[in-house]
Design a protein around this ligand. Sequence first.
Ligand code: GBH
Length: 459
Amino acid sequence: MSDFPVFPPGFVFGAATASYQIEGAADEDGRGPSIWDTYSHTPGKTDGGDTGDVACDHYHRYPEDVALLRDLGVDSYRFSIAWSRIQPAGSGAVNAKGLDFYSRLVDELLEAGIEPAATLYHWDLPQALEDKGGWRVRETAERFGEYTAIMAEHLGDRVPRWITLNEPWCSAFLGYSVGRHAPGAKEGRGALAAAHHLLVGHGHAMTALRAAGVREAGITLNLDRNVPATESDADLAAVVRADTQHNLVWTEPILAGRYPVTEEETWGELITAQDFRREGDLELISQPMDFLGINYYRPIVVAAAPHREADPALRVATDNRYSEGEYRGVRKTAMNWPVVPESFTDLLTALKQTYGDALPPVHITENGSAEFDTVDADGSVHDADRVEYLRTHLTALRAAMDAGVDVRGYYVWSLLDNFEWALGYAKRFGIIRVDYDTLERTPKDSYRWYQELIAAHRK
Ligand code: GBH
């Protein structure tokens, strides 16, 4: 056991998933369509034309999945709620069967001694709301607050930990300017408005969660560790721009109640000139949180790249004055992501340095790796690379805690192999293999390793 990093008593070990990536049952029990149904069913958008129609069929197999979580020994399970199961049209009437699914899931978890951690929005916006403008319009943020109130009223006493949004950067920029995620838009102003309205939506959700008296509420951000390709002035300036769009646009309003201003053409300055910004927004957005969720996977090498867009809003929103460079001399995962555990430590200690006491306790709400898993004749998966990834990243996390960062929990991404968005089912992040023909689940070596690490903390 000496190979395991040791965490303090009370540290939360968890596993995470998201609704559209695992549930399937896309047309069942009154679920309305979401932007990911539309996007994945549009030819050419996802690798292999993969969709979440069936996914891991978790909607029907959740008792089996909860049993796997129980055997794993986790303290907590992070899942997300599909808004369009609750409100098929994104507002108004509540679909009782949708609510009932999450209620049964939560009861099953509690019976297994596992604390539910619910994410309210992991990218599957009801299509009906996108048809009215999606996150480009303020109404969506208001509807999100109403939906949150419904969920908190029904599950607030049984779900202790609530996450408003997962990775709003992806929703705003991959969704509305880069176009690699649903709804697949390529807009400048639309993406900036989406970013702002996602923040406002987070604020409305915080208000609703506070009103319901839930135990803990926060947001999950995918903060990036941006490292310059060279020490040239151009590359260093590109890092500032990348930090602004990926990190400061989110952390500054949420943790410091202000827009970032790092150079003349950043999102922060552009947004102050936009008419979607309203008096009082920053107060709403910067309500105190009980924790900050952070998803971490890899560092990003940033190199200056030429301007391609004439429209300044689109230029900022697509961030195309930097390009991802290659991180040399380290192993790459199946995503071609560099494995650099020290970056994880650096990200967290830098965040603490920047925000000090304004940084709430942290939960690592996702960390893990996609690997080229192979299945042996006896059905076993010896995913040594994933075990090594998890071991070194948990060790790096422990180092950040030793350096003074208050980290309360860690959720491995992911419990199951699942629908990896635009990349479909080919990228496998699970500690449990899913056979997409039979939907059979097989724990990988990484599952056993994590199980032992957790068990070692129970002695
Ligand atoms: C997180 O996203 C998500 O929260 C989770 O749902 C996801 O499965 C996990 O990490 C692993 O990616 O679709 O062409 O843009 C992190 C952001 C979004 C980066 C999807 C990789 C795939 C390439 N990820 N993206 S593309």
